[in-house]
Design a protein around this ligand. Sequence first.
Ligand code: ATR
Length: 284
Amino acid sequence: MPRHLPVTGSTRVVGIIGDPIAHSRSPAMHNAAFAALGLDWVYVPLPVRAADVGAAVAAVRALSLAGINVTVPHKEAVLPHLDKLTPLARRVGAVNTIINRDGRLIGDNTDVHGFAMTLRQQRLRLRGRTALVIGAGGAARAVLAAVSDAGVSRIIIANRTAARAATLARRVRGPRRQVVSLAALADPAVLADVALVVNTTSLGLHAGDFPKIAAAATPISCLFVDLLYGRDTAFLRMARSARRRACDGGEMLLHQGARAFTLWTGRRAPLSVMRTVLRSQKNG
Ligand code: ATR
């Protein structure tokens, strides 16, 4: 395990709000990064229920925290409680990083960068191609922004609740948009031209509970990404059994964290230290 610096009277505090939060790998990742750079900072998990989101954000100001990360299910709920949003956070409609600048709380979204880095690592060029996003929550919003920026010409959103997917589709500017049901994922015609399939839901943690996907109908170069991290999910198994490339959300987790680290500390994040910690926790 990495060595942590002692907490002192001048230690800067950051953390992560969410529910549940105990599974989060962000505290280990950030604390190792602080220790590696000798920074007198600490990152703590802060479980917050939905009813308390406003009070929790106000506490960032009251307690002079340097900032916080925001995770499921609060990424959209924090917006009205912030003083300012970056243009990207406003466009995405979700915040995963809050920066406290002298009592002014600024909401940003580093998930978009995290997903863009996943595409880069996988050398996937999306210009003029089709991306299929499963889910319509905060994570899906960030993925849609990243694939739009990568130049896709068509986006398909598959979600249990059609109205939620339609709302999300309306936010996307540029590419053609299509909303389908989860059941439609079994239709080879829906998957035929898809270059990227992303699961942004928590479905598939348990065996057999993922809707069937006609993965073999995709082009052979199609990439499947499950934003869940460190698990062998039904989604990934389906992709692999169709002999398609598949990866989890590890790279997104790393790079969203690295960008948040820099926004808070002004320092370049020690990526290799952070990656090593994530990998060591993978099966923990
Ligand atoms: P996040 O911020 O991680 O995206 P979220 O906003 O709670 O989390 O969104 C969760 C996504 O998973 C949604 O698309 C949700 O579908 P609905 O919009 O229909 O609620 C999807 N999801 C969660 N549990 C599901 C289930 N049991 N079956 C189908 N979809 C599910």
